[in-house]
Design a protein around this ligand. Structure first.
Ligand code: NZQ
Ligand code: ZN
Length: 388
């Protein structure tokens, strides 16, 4: 553990079939005014909306609502939510939905009492908010992002054609509580389920493919990857398998609540490319990540060969006998590619609506970071062309 760290995660997690029974006690911790934020249709269709509003009313809450949050939430929705939170003097923002709804709720929480333009200040200039932040609570319906237990908020600015993530360095932005009932994810369509599964896998790989030291976080990341591969295969065979869906849900939360990243340098370039792909195509986040990952890792494996060899052996059980390190590493990446195909995920950018003209624009506007290697615009363009 060569890199020093301070760690705190303030989210109270209520996990399992009875998790909702904790909602009332959580709501009672906050004042009377609540902004209820949710997505397009799913929470009303599943009956969860009725369940939640019943508890809110039983707790005597005055509720304002912001429905219709898009997958890949829009900045205009953040501003609308901030206005509602301000005008209704909200004491709590309750997000009911997937990562997009939770991310939007967090963005509203920092935008509500902000002077000036929150997008410029917090997503572009990375200022730290120094004004009051409205607390956020979460009832999760789709798993993948870990937004339920982190301080990240990824927002799309449609006019600027930018999708930018911000990880706020403040415990106040992290949800105060999150209710995680795996049964709420049973209604998620297969396409979204596999998108969420790959999002988790990508978070684990982004944290894993960097660093040279012997670090406990890398062993934990391998463990989470193994658990996820096993649970994903079961959930694809039977989406109503509670054991599998609950394991996926916890793999997700653990995957990006910062614990597995402690004392590690990290990569995150696949996410940077996907975010701009999303800004241009509005594709499902995890699907975009899956398409980009294989050509990206084929491109960078030579810069961190030892780690790709370890990944191939420890995650995909590639047998090393009679093979060069290069062959072992590439076999591991091929196993990843096969796993993506096994989950029925599209493997080309065309399938998510990208056009050839978009590729240079995406490459140019992508934030360049990287772990073992930081690609430039020309390399990002090559990676995009390789999966077009
Ligand atoms: O809008 P509704 O009708 O609710 O439908 C949603 C949406 O269309 C549907 N859905 C959610 N729960 C459902 C359900 N459908 C049926 N039954 C249910 N129980 O699923 C669709 C996708 O939902 P969304 O919230 O967009 O998915 P996800 O959780 O994958 O979130 C993706 C967003 O999170 C960002 C992504 O970039 C993307 O904008 N990320 C956030 C991160 C963070 N906060 O740390 C990190 C991630 O890397 C990621 O970037
Ligand atoms: Zn992600």
């Amino acid at each position: 553990m060569n890199i020093d760290f301070s760690f705190q995660n303030p989210t109270r997690i209520h996990f399992g079939k009875t998790a909702m029974s904790h909602l009332a006690e959580e709501l009672n911790e906050f004042g009377p005014n609540v902004l209820l934020v949710y997505g397009k249709n799913s929470v009303k269709k599943s009956g969860l909306y009725d369940q939640v509003t019943e508890v809110l009313h039983a707790c005597g809450k005055k509720v304002a609502e912001l429905p219709g949050i898009n997958a890949n939430p829009r900045y205009t929705q953040v501003l609308e939510g901030a206005r509602l939170a301000r005008e209704n003097r909200c004491d709590l923002i309750l997000a009911v939905g997937g990562g997009s709804v939770v991310d939007c709720a967090k963005a509203i929480s920092v935008a509500a009492h902000c002077e000036g333009d929150p997008w410029t200040r917090f997503w572009e200039q990375h200022e730290t908010p120094d004004h009051p932040i409205v607390p956020v609570g979460c009832i999760l319906t789709m798993t993948g992002t870990a937004s339920e237990m982190n301080s990240g908020s990824v927002i799309t600015h449609e006019e600027k054609r930018l999708k930018l993530g911000r990880v706020f360095p403040l415990a106040e932005v992290t949800p105060k509580f999150s209710i995680l009932n795996p049964e709420f994810t049973f209604t998620v369509p297969t396409y979204q389920m596999v998108s969420g599964i790959f999002d988790i896998f990508s978070h684990l790989m982004e944290q894993y493919f960097s660093g040279d030291d012997d670090c406990v976080s890398d062993y934990l990341l391998e463990g989470d990857m193994l658990a996820l591969i096993s649970a994903a295969r079961k959930a694809i065979r039977n989406p109503l398998d509670y054991e599998a869906r609950s394991n996926i849900m916890w793999c997700a939360t653990m995957g990006l609540n910062k614990i597995l990243a402690l004392s590690k340098t990290q990569d995150w370039e696949v996410h940077m490319i996907e975010h701009q792909l999303g800004a241009y195509t509005d594709c499902a986040h995890g699907i975009g990540l899956a398409i980009i990952s294989v050509p990206y890792y084929r491109h960078i494996h030579k810069y961190g060969l030892h780690r790709f060899v370890r990944y191939a052996q420890n995650v995909w059980h590639v047998q090393p006998e009679g093979k060069t390190e290069e062959q072992i590493a590439l076999e591991g990446i091929q196993c990843l590619s096969d796993f993506i195909a096994e989950m029925g995920i599209p493997q080309t950018l065309r399938e998510v609506g990208a056009t050839e003209e978009m590729l240079p624009l995406i490459a140019e506007t992508t934030v360049k970071c990287g772990g073992y290697h930081v690609p430039d615009t020309a390399e990002v363009l090559d990676i995009l062309k390789a999966c077009y």
